[in-house]
Ligand binder design. Structure first.
Ligand SMILES: [Zn+2]
Ligand SMILES: [Zn+2]
Length: 103
């Protein structure tokens, strides 16, 4: 017995496919893959490419305040006064959110 991945209702066979009477979701009987993985793979590929790019700066274990991802690249921004600590600009490797941190 198969259940709808969208709403959990029972799927009924109809014209060679399984169809959900509740939400209209259709499932091909020949296709036993429950998950569409193409999007997830694309996303992790992007992250890997970013990490190999020398222009984005070193990767550090900083948690993004926007999405909670724990990897970010950073650059140091030297302020005019030598007494002040340089400002670090973090860029989330996942959502590209940028934020500042002071030492
Ligand atoms: Zn359904
Ligand atoms: Zn983020």
């Amino acid at each position: 017995m198969e259940f709808c991945p969208e709403c959990g209702a029972m799927l009924l066979p109809k014209d060679g496919i399984l169809k959900c009477n509740s939400c209209g979701h259709e499932k091909n009987l020949a296709d036993n893959n429950d998950y569409e993985v193409s999007e997830e793979i694309q996303e992790s590929d992007n992250v890997k490419m970013l990490g190999e790019d020398v222009d984005v700066g070193p990767v550090t274990n900083e948690t993004c305040p926007e999405c909670g991802h724990d990897k970010a690249t950073y650059k140091l921004l030297q302020t005019r006064s030598a007494d002040e600590a340089p400002t670090r600009i973090f860029t989330c490797t996942k959502c590209k959110h940028t934020w500042r941190a002071y030492d």
